[in-house]
Design a protein around this ligand. Structure first.
Ligand code: GLY
Length: 417
């Protein structure tokens, strides 16, 4: 079958790469993809927002399955539009994608479902924010309601910093309407993990638990990023895994059903593990980046067929390989604030083995050279029988390329359970 992946980043390259290993998949198309994944996918140089063209293309070229990677098209209702035309899709419709599209929707959903999460107030002005702050202790967390390309969460150690953030949100409108309403939330201390499941809205299959490193620099210093690297699996004891399923995942599915919100796709639970137990920070209605790069290689079997069946509502038990994976993100200078583009990438970008390879996030091919074309440029992936082996392969892979000002953490996997 032919499969089309919507999106252009490292997560989408991981999907394209894994789908390409599936016996049932004859060809992978990517919309728009990126130059670095062209050896694995036929990349289409137009935008998913041109939905008439996308639907016409899928029908004409007999695409049997569409897998939507990023949150924007999901929240915008692309999955609904494709399903209305009879196409098979992995990804929720717009109503269920509100789990990620609106932080306020998500919090109210968590409360209805009885899912443990930090207490919150809904605020929409500097005054309401500072007045609500009297009910919280510092540090304060201010979260824009809408999608802000991963930048809408600010942790404020003091009241003055909260005032500055609230001024940015409500007076300067730095996030436009997406930040016109926000959640003021109690900060939750603990350690974070990424729990992703595949679900048909009634049953779920867990994917191996991953841990992402969100800060730019070694030792969890520097600004927050989309993620500088990840490892999987994390080994949780059985009782803790059972709590995640009973306290978080099952109530989510029950509440989706009670609200009559169909769901065929991935749910990503961003969790903080506290001394009292798991606390849900956020839902994502998609796979994580770079979690996908470490989780997909651990899924056994014909991934294309697993997803096709899911798109029709059938969920088969997943077999998980007994191995480890690591992904080290290689970023451009200036990332995350203002990444430099068009820097020449030297070295062997196409070098790959079965257990180490690059996944491209922000690269372009110009006049026979590879150049940087985004903040996160490449993910170097390593697989092995232990976490140490996976990390050592990922770092050896990373050494094969370089560019001026390359940023990369040296401690991915460190401090991880
Ligand atoms: N790595 C975090 C995310 O994908 O949202």
């Amino acid at each position: 079958m032919k499969v089309l992946v919507v999106g252009s980043g490292g997560r989408e390259h991981a999907l394209v790469h894994r789908l390409g290993q599936s016996p049932s998949v004859t060809q992978v198309h990517a919309l728009p993809g990126n130059d670095g994944m062209k050896s694995h996918a036929l990349c289409l140089a137009w935008d998913w927002r041109d939905t008439d063209r996308l639907i016409e293309y899928c029908l004409r070229t007999e695409i049997e399955l569409v897998v939507i990677g990023p949150e924007d098209p999901l929240v915008s209702g692309l999955a609904d539009q494709l399903r209305d035309r009879g196409l098979l899709v992995v990804g929720p419709g717009a109503d269920a994608a509100q789990l990620e599209g609106s932080k306020i929707f998500a919090k109210q959903f968590m409360n209805e479902a009885g899912i443990p999460t930090a207490k919150f107030h809904i605020v929409d002005s500097l005054e309401s924010c500072m007045s609500a702050a009297q009910h919280f202790t510092s540090p304060y967390v201010l979260k824009a309601d809408g999608l802000c390309a991963g930048k809408g969460v600010v942790i404020c150690p003091t009241e003055d910093e909260l005032r500055a953030a609230a001024t940015d949100f409500f007076d300067k409108r730095i996030f436009g309407d997406a930040g016109g309403k926000a959640l003021l939330e109690q900060f939750t201390p603990g350690w974070e993990l990424s729990y992703l499941v595949l679900t048909n809205g009634e049953e779920f299959q867990p994917l191996p638990i991953a841990q992402d490193h969100k800060r730019l620099q070694n030792g969890d210093r520097g600004p927050n990023t989309g993620g500088m690297g990840a490892v999987a699996p994390l080994k949780l004891d059985t009782a803790l895994q059972e709590r995640l399923d009973q306290e978080i995942v099952r109530p989510t599915l029950v509440t989706l059903q009670r609200r009559a919100l169909p769901y065929r796709g991935f749910i990503f639970f961003g969790l903080m593990m506290t001394p009292q137990g798991p606390s849900l920070l956020e839902f994502n209605c998609r796979l994580g980046d770079p979690e996908t790069q470490v989780v997909l290689p651990l899924i056994e079997g014909d991934f294309g067929m697993i997803l096709k069946e899911l798109s029709t509502g059938r969920l088969r038990p997943l077999q998980i390989r007994s191995m480890h994976s690591a992904c080290v993100v290689m970023a451009a200078p200036g990332y995350p604030a203002a990444p430099e583009k068009d820097l020449v990438i030297e070295g062997e970008l196409t070098s790959a083995t079965d257990s180490s390879y690059f996944l491209a996030a922000g690269v372009r091919r110009v006049d026979g050279h590879w150049v940087t074309a985004g903040g996160r440029v490449l993910g170097a992936v390593g697989l092995g029988s232990s976490r140490e082996e996976a990390l050592s392969k990922a770092y050896a892979q990373a050494k094969q390329v370089r560019w001026r000002g390359l940023q990369m953490r040296e401690d991915i996997g460190g401090g991880t359970r």
